[in-house]
Design a protein around this ligand. Structure first.
Ligand code: NAD
Ligand code: UDP
Length: 334
């Protein structure tokens, strides 16, 4: 059985589908602070299999003991807070959930002698990189409480792996996850105004928002707009299953980028989305967003070498799947 913390969330729900389809028993621990139980019902519908669910907070040791009293072989730890901007205003919440929550989880895993962990980290830990593509040994300069909370959790896991030989840990640094399950049944369901580009564009496409603000067209990029490494959430989920397999054969903590190795500009994403939804989308050029980096993308060669994983889906399929999800679920999971 695999314990997935935060399994009802955007990335977790896609991982749960693939785990079930690969024949794993899945136990989700989630407090639904940023997700809905309906997501898990739809996961079960796609996979045609049941999920075991515990509702609770990863900072609650009692609920973790309950979760780990199941025959759990490995944990995929996704539960966390993830909004960079919000983390500046609520740093304590971010350190509490992302750092204390992770500490609490590994202490519970030690109590139950479960030593295999896949951890969700983020390319945010690199901050503004000096060079691209970003390799895993690029110096880390997290620039927000969110980024620092992921960096701290990574440090804790690193020290843990050096202290006791039996821990097997993979830290996955995600680049920009986008898209949705091709069924249109599960996808990203942001509460309030989306912070990120693709969910925002999808709401412009559905008529929920009047236009996209493009944050700057004077960056040193071919069309002047910011460039990111967008990765389809299905590819990202597949990376976790590959990490679970790699864990078994590894004796050291592995830190691995999950990205495509290709960057796309805001204009390219907008154009691909227009092709997906079949209409022109309104936009306006506005000032740069404070703290934004001009361009970055991953060097994903370690993922290929160590996990045998490569991202397969292109920008157009990311936009097509995002649009299908948005069109079929204009109000998310409701
Ligand atoms: P999400 O918010 O959709 O999912 C997180 C899940 O964790 C939600 O279901 C939420 O209810 C749950 N959760 C939050 N706090 C909890 C707590 N204290 N106890 C139990 N459950 C809790 O986010 P996501 O996009 O699926 O991200 C999953 C992980 O990946 C996060 O750790 C995030 O930091 C990391 N990550 C996400 C991105 C991204 O762009 N989506 C990029 C890099 C890293
Ligand atoms: N962006 C934009 N308008 C938006 C949201 C994002 O122009 O409403 C740009 C942003 O400046 C960046 C890119 O889209 O260049 C990706 O932003 P996102 O927030 O999705 O990812 P992050 O910057 O956190 O990597």
């Amino acid at each position: 059985m695999i314990l997935v913390t935060g399994g009802a969330g955007y990335i977790g729900s896609h991982i749960c589908v693939q785990l079930l389809q690969a024949g794993h028993e899945v136990l989700v621990l989630d407090n639904f602070s940023n997700s809905k139980p309906e997501a898990l019902r739809r996961v079960e519908c796609i996979a045609g299999k049941k999920i075991h669910l515990l509702e609770g907070d990863i900072r609650d040791s009692t609920i973790l003991d309950r979760a780990l009293s199941h025959p759990v072989r490995a944990v995929i730890h996704l539960a966390g807070l993830k909004a960079v901007g919000e983390s500046v205003n609520k740093p304590v919440d971010y350190y509490s959930v992302n750092v204390t929550g992770t500490l609490n989880l590994i202490q519970a895993m030690q109590r139950h002698q479960v030593y295999q962990l896949v951890f969700s980290s983020s390319a945010t830990v690199y901050g503004t990189p000096e060079t691209v593509p970003i390799k895993e040994d690029t110096p880390l300069h997290p620039e927000s409480p969110y980024g620092r909370s992921k960096w701290m959790a990574e440090q804790i896991l690193h020290d843990l792996s050096l202290s006791v030989a039996n821990w097997k840990i993979v830290v996955l640094r995600y680049f920009n996850p986008v898209g949705a399950h091709p069924s249109g049944l599960i996808g990203e369901d942001p509460s309030g105004v989306p912070n990120n580009l693709m969910p925002y564009i999808s709401q412009v496409a559905s008529g929920k928002r009047p236009l996209l603000q493009i944050y700057g067209n004077d960056y040193p990029t071919p069309d002047g707009t910011g460039i990111r490494d967008y990765i389809h959430v299905e590819d990202l989920a597949a990376g976790h299953l590959a990490a679970l397999t790699a864990l078994k054969h590894s004796n050291e903590l592995l830190t691995i980028n999950l990205g495509t190795g290709h960057g796309h500009s805001v204009m390219e994403v907008l154009n691909a989305y227009e092709s997906a939804c079949g209409s022109k989308l309104s936009y306006q050029i506005s000032a740069r967003r404070p703290g934004d980096v001009a361009f970055y993308w991953a060097d994903p060669s370690q993922a290929t070498k160590i996990l045998g994983w490569t991202a397969r889906k292109d920008l157009q399929s990311m936009c097509n799947d995002s649009w299908r999800w948005q069109k079929l679920n204009p109000n998310g999971f409701c």
